[in-house]
Ligand binder design. Structure first.
Ligand code: FE2
Length: 187
């Protein structure tokens, strides 16, 4: 039987205690998601294939609700800020919430019919992700971006749609600031 418990989340490091699982993605795992492959190769070579982000789960299959943290490193690939792969949920009726704890970023969202929205990620903002909107988080700051996410345990991830087509917009640095631009490679 599952028992209630308090889970300690460190909003600065993203540590979750107790946690049930974790994974990390290195820059090389994100090949195909950034626009500029040559810039990705340079960033991998210069940084020794650094960790781009880490996800820590608190997830029990016997519960409908799961949560955890995502810890995103700062940096850029060419002029694109570090980002997650981005996904739809396999269960299209499942939304999600992202509650930013530290750092700054942008949540980029895209509906199936091509509507694009962003939500600022900064401490105090809990972003609502409606069902069936693709979502990708982007660290536009100089420090780690740490957020807590809450979603259905079995929502599932469809990363392939984003890898195949890309998202309609990119978040790049322009004049020292993040800017939303059209993705020239969007298929
Ligand atoms: Fe999600």
């Amino acid at each position: 039987m599952l028992l209630p418990e308090g889970v300690v989340i460190d909003g600065t490091t993203g540590a979750v205690s107790p946690s049930t699982d974790r994974y990390e993605k290195r820059l090389s795992d994100l090949r195909g998601f950034f626009r500029d492959d040559a810039a990705l190769d340079r960033a991998i070579a210069e940084g020794g294939d650094p960790i781009a982000y880490e996800v820590i789960d608190y997830r029990h299959q016997a519960s409908d609700l799961a949560f955890g943290t995502t810890i995103m490193m700062p940096g850029k690939v060419g002029d694109e800020f570090n980002m997650t792969r981005g996904h739809y949920h396999l269960r299209t009726e499942c939304g999600e919430a992202y509650y930013t704890q530290s750092g700054e970023g942008l949540l980029l969202l895209e509906s199936r019919d091509g509507e694009v929205r962003t939500v600022e990620m900064k401490p105090g903002v809990c972003a609502f992700i409606p069902p069936d909107w693709a979502h990708r988080s982007i660290n536009t700051g100089k420090d780690k971006l740490v957020f807590v996410w809450f979603c259905a345990t079995d929502a599932g991830h469809d990363y392939g749609s984003i890898k195949d087509r890309g998202m309609r917009k990119l978040v790049v640095e322009r004049d020292g600031k993040p800017a939303l631009v059209d993705n020239p490679n969007y298929a």
